[in-house]
Design a binder for this molecule. Structure first.
Ligand SMILES: [Mg+2]
Length: 263
């Protein structure tokens, strides 16, 4: 039987562990090294696809931990990934094609776009756009219809069990699981003594609220999150510095507070 896991970290990527602009995470190296010494686990949790996360997880030396992908709609297992199960994505695409054409034409999903068209919309490189299109669990897209058409679109998809979530510029369709649903399942599996979550955006809130400790990582590029419930009691804190710098400080402080610096 393995030893009790002291700490399991759940972290968003963009604007949290990874700098929003430079895509660097060097500033978080000291905390990542301290987590490794403390034998803590680190679960990456992002809107990215498995294909997008896989290389980064390797660079971060976190292959031994699963990653939450597509905003919680799916999970990239620990270790060498088996063939992806793309049934959810296929079912979403089938449901889209079953909609009345007058509604369907207002939604442009990643699956409707060539890598070049997606590159132009997102500013991703051509290669990154291809990885972002390699989806298994959810379909982001742009909406061009009216609000009432959107309500109809939503209710027809809901009848198929598909949930719509608005975030930033994209509407994302999935079967409803979010980052904190995956987190709850992983906590059941690993049974850590403590959990900590770090994030910068509305799609991280459920995860921040579900963890024993939460850190809202400052992101000067977006309006700050509203005050969360755990903040008054100090369970959720805000970092002063943005991105990986804030992440680094938060984790080092927490390891010290929990006396987990060493194994
Ligand atoms: Mg983020």
């Amino acid at each position: 039987m393995r030893d009790t896991l002291g700490l399991l970290v759940f972290t968003d990527l963009d604007g949290t562990l990874i700098d929003h602009d430079t895509y660097q995470w060097d500033a978080a190296r000291p905390a990542l090294a301290a987590l490794s010494v403390a034998r803590a686990g680190v679960v990456l949790a992002s809107s990215k696809t498995s294909s997008e996360i896989k290389a980064l997880r390797g660079d971060l030396d976190l292959r031994d931990w699963p990653a939450i992908v597509e905003n919680g709609a799916g999970l990239l297992p620990a270790g060498a990934a088996p063939a992806k199960d793309t049934n959810d994505y296929a079912a979403i695409r089938v449901a889209l094609e079953g909609l009345p054409p007058g509604l369907r034409r207002h939604f442009t999903g990643f699956g409707d776009l060539s890598p070049e068209a997606l590159r132009q919309i997102t500013g991703l490189s051509r290669e990154a756009a291809e990885l972002a299109k390699d989806r298994a669990y959810s379909e982001p897209g742009l909406w061009a219809g009216t609000a009432s058409e959107l309500a109809r679109f939503q209710s027809l998809l809901q009848a198929e069990g598909i949930t719509m979530r608005e975030g930033g510029r994209f509407l994302t369709l999935s079967f409803g699981r979010n980052k904190s649903d995956q987190m709850a399942a992983l906590v059941q599996t690993y049974r850590p003594r403590y959990t900590v979550a770090l994030g910068d955006a509305p799609n991280d809130v459920e995860m921040l609220e579900a963890a024993d400790f939460g850190f809202i990582v400052a992101n000067p590029k977006r309006s700050p999150l509203p005050k969360l419930e755990g903040e008054a009691e100090g369970r959720i804190q805000r970092t002063a510095q943005a991105g990986p710098l804030g992440w680094n400080m938060a984790i080092l402080d927490l390891l010290e507070r929990l006396d987990l610096q060493k194994d």
